[in-house]
Write a protein that binds this ligand. Structure first.
Ligand code: NAD
Ligand code: DAU
Length: 332
């Protein structure tokens, strides 16, 4: 049995990963999570006591991190400030958690010789034109646009330096936009689903032509587990499921699946510096490690996600009003 430390395991993708690991392996999981506004302990309810431990704490706390590294075989680092709109409002926590937090974990990995997997984003590559035939690959130059994506890019570069300079046993993955259960209502898809449930019209930034490359969070989890088990040390793997869709199409699909008129949404102020298009070429991961996404039908995955939000109002309702108040101040 492997003992895993998962940082940010009470967040959206981290909690999906913890459920995936508990269901598909015999590993023991310790979650280290600060429980910021984005963390929710309820996302980890009902996990078996003999397979799972929860520690509330900050990844910037070197003493705490060092102690936890001495008890595990491998670390998967999800903890981050993750939302672009928040990073435009107040960048400072992004520097603390995404840069200093990653540095703190890398130093512990160096001292303990711990296997370390770093979770990152396709946003480090900047954006593509709508008609560009190229997609992002592991060789695309870094060109981040926002305070969020620039701190993620910085954290990736720290990992590369710690591999080369100190021989840290690390891999990196850069994934596209995730959807699925346990995602905070500040993010695009849950915001629109919960708006419709509340009788609020969905809000589309600008013209809604921006393209995101959607992948189900469970497919992200299976890819990360594959890289942790079989990835080559020092390598970067891009994770994507060929799910490009523009935002307008996604909003119209949500409305249709929820029994509303497909044009029952509002155009609102655009995001400053809004990236136009992301698209991932995940050939390296598929060809080298044999990974394949399981959720190939976006409409079916989205319908299941809508069902989850309809059935779990207790989980998301406490964050909804404050989130909408934040957006209302920005005309979004
Ligand atoms: P999230 O905001 O839902 O969750 C982040 C979690 O990290 C929360 O539980 C929060 O409490 C915790 N956290 C924040 N600061 C912390 C700190 N200083 N110490 C300990 N815990 C802290 O984020 P998410 O969407 O699940 O993203 C997780 C990771 O995946 C991030 O690294 C993000 O960059 C990356 N990623 C996200 C997506 C996506 O579509 N959401 C896509 C690709 C990569
Ligand atoms: O690409 C991976 C990234 O995906 C991750 O690194 C980030 O952590 C994650 O938040 C996500 O970033 P985006 O900025 O793409 O996601 P968000 O859900 O904020 O927005 C998705 C798209 O929808 C984007 O083009 C902005 C738009 N949008 C968003 C909201 C919240 C709207 O049109 N209306 C909205 O209300």
């Amino acid at each position: 049995m492997t003992r895993l430390l998962v940082t940010g395991g009470a967040g959206f993708i981290g909690s999906n990963f913890v459920h995936h690991v508990i269901e598909n392996t015999d590993h023991h999981v310790t979650v280290l999570d600060k429980l910021t506004y984005a963390g929710n302990r309820a996302s980890l309810d009902r996990l078996p006591d003999d397979r799972f431990t929860f520690v509330q704490g900050d990844i910037c706390n070197a003493e705490l991190v060092d102690g936890l590294f001495s008890t595990v075989d491998a670390v998967v680092h999800y903890a981050a400030e993750s939302h672009n709109d928040n990073s435009l409002d107040n960048p400072r926590p992004f520097l603390d958690t995404n840069i200093v937090g990653t540095y703190t974990l890398l130093e512990a990995a160096r001292h303990h010789g711990t296997r370390y997997h770093h979770i990152s984003t396709d946003e480090v590559y900047g954006d593509l034109e709508l008609d560009d035939p190229q997609r992002f690959t592991e060789h695309t130059p870094y060109n981040p646009s926002s305070p969020y994506s620039s701190t993620k890019a910085g954290s990736d570069l720290l990992v590369r330096a710690w591999v080369r300079s100190f021989g840290v046993q690390a891999t990196i993955s850069n994934c596209s936009n995730n959807y699925g259960p346990y995602q905070h209502v500040e993010k695009f898809i849950p915001r629109q689903i919960t708006n419709v449930i509340r009788g609020i019209r969905p809000k589309l930034y600008g013209a809604g032509l921006n393209v995101r490359d959607w992948i189900h969070a469970d497919d992200h989890s299976s890819a990360v587990l594959t890289i942790l088990e079989r990835g080559r040390i020092g390598e970067t793997y891009l994770i994507g499921a060929d799910g490009e869709k523009d935002n307008k199409t996604v909003v119209e699909l949500i409305l249709r699946l929820m029994g509303q008129e497909p044009d029952a949404y509002d155009h609102v102020n655009d995001r400053a510096g809004h990236d136009l298009r992301y698209a991932i070429d995940s050939s390296k991961l598929r060809d080298e490690l044999g990974w394949m996404p399981r959720f190939q039908d976006f409409e079916a995955g989205l319908a299941a996600t809508i069902d989850w939000y309809q059935a779990n109002e207790d989980w998301w309702a406490p964050a909804k009003d404050a989130t909408e108040a934040f957006y209302a101040k920005k005309g979004q």
